[in-house]
Design a binder for this molecule. Sequence first.
Ligand code: NI
Length: 191
Amino acid sequence: MSVRDIRTIGDPVLRERARELKPEELRAAETQSLIDDMIETKRAAHGAGLAANQVGEAVRVMLVEVEPDNPRYPYKPPFPLTVAVNPILEPLDAETVAINEGCLSVPDLRGEVERHVAVRARFLDRDGVERERIVRGLAAGTFQHEVDHLDGVLFLDRAEPRTLMTWEHYERGHRDEFERRARELVERVGS
Ligand code: NI
């Protein structure tokens, strides 16, 4: 396993629509190594999720995991490692919420993005088994953020431009208010 370089905004691979994987491609040693590397890369960078095109591979593989005491997103409840291949998301209803997001591929910026509060995620796990999960709250936002990556979309494309801020200004003037909103959301709908 190894930590891979994370591609940053301006790299064309972040703007490609990643392609679906066939079952035999998912089983291939190369793909399984990619998944291991993505896990290691996400953990080393303290991300909440990662999409394969962020490490330069335009295939529909993403993962979400929030480890306890994540320093980058301390308000996110722990979420178990979930590897999702060829994911499809479907909102459960029309409710949306503004989430203050960051992205490992967009250094030093955060901003407010409207996300569905609850989604149904259907995907293959890394062994090719079909899975279905209902995901709510901040984790639902992370799933939508990662599937956007696979479609070549960055959170900046969806953010209200006037809400963009550096991490320094987030810490200085916005963190307390957002963490209050994040806690309310978690209490109301779960992670
Ligand atoms: Ni991202």
